[in-house]
Ligand binder design. Structure first.
Ligand SMILES: [Zn+2]
Length: 259
């Protein structure tokens, strides 16, 4: 179900306890020389829609296009919200849903740069709506990290940004938007063994990376290893992982409101 295509009576008829509402978040920012600016939002939206169809009793909100992309602003076309703006937009949307009585709301993020903001949202919205709704946040490719790790061809560093993973996903969903002949691989050295540029890399350290310092092309990783077939396999894996999570999430206990 696409929220923007429902009528008000359609929404009135939805089961408040069971229905999982998903708000996709992404970004409008440079994705190398070969991929569209809207990649992250398009992918998060498409994954959420596919997972909703698989899980049933789930609806997907229209995503606000923009995210936190300050680290991409040296590349033409990138648009950034301030972290406070993105937080406020998500708070107002989720607050509206809770006001309509919905009890299970999931923010489905598709952009690594939003990670700090969605962590804050999980804490602040979870506290604000304690007893009324459960609010969970996730980054969809992290949810499916094991399946993606098994499917990937690139070595560590090959999946970071406009990389094997993202390029394959867009080749699968919107092949008309990928100019693969313009793609450039980059395995930048982030400067310390404590740091990683890989999408699935785990680092205990959080630090600001300005993308223009890491990669003149804007790419982190190896888009040459992408293919539409790989994209179809990645997409299946992430949509499945999200559908399985939705099913689990709808059974989570909602505590009684605070006295
Ligand atoms: Zn991206």
């Amino acid at each position: 179900m696409r929220w923007e295509e429902l009528s008000s009576p359609d929404v009135a008829a939805l089961d408040r306890e069971r229905t999982v509402l998903m708000l996709p978040l992404g970004s409008v920012e440079q994705h190398g020389k070969h991929m569209p600016l809207g990649t992250d939002t398009m992918l998060a939206h498409a994954v959420a829609l596919a997972a909703a169809a698989r899980a049933g009793d789930a609806a997907v909100l229209p995503p606000p296009w923009f995210g936190f992309s300050a680290h991409h602003m040296r590349f033409p076309g990138s648009i950034t919200l301030r972290a406070e703006t993105l937080t406020a937009v998500a708070e107002d949307i989720v607050g509206s849903l809770v006001q309509h009585g919905f009890r299970r709301i999931l923010i489905v993020n598709g952009h690594g740069g939003n990670a700090g903001v969605i962590d804050v949202l999980a804490s602040t919205l979870g506290h604000r709506f304690y007893g009324a709704a459960r609010i969970a946040v996730l980054t969809y490719f992290q949810l499916a990290r094991q399946a993606i790790a098994e499917l990937r061809r690139s070595k560590p560093g090959g999946m970071g940004h406009a990389c094997e993973f993202e390029t394959a996903m867009v080749q699968h969903l919107r092949p008309d938007l990928v100019k693969i002949e313009n793609a450039e691989a980059a395995y930048p050295d982030p400067g310390s063994a404590y740091l990683t540029t890989d999408l699935l890399g785990a680092s205990a350290i959080r630090i600001y990376h300005d993308f223009a310092d890491l990669s003149p092309s804007g790419t982190l990783g190896d888009p040459s290893l992408a293919s539409p077939e790989a994209g179809a396999a990645f997409f299946e894996a992430v949509a499945d992982a999200l559908a399985i999570f939705i099913d689990d999430f709808r059974s989570w206990r909602i505590p009684e409101p605070r006295a």
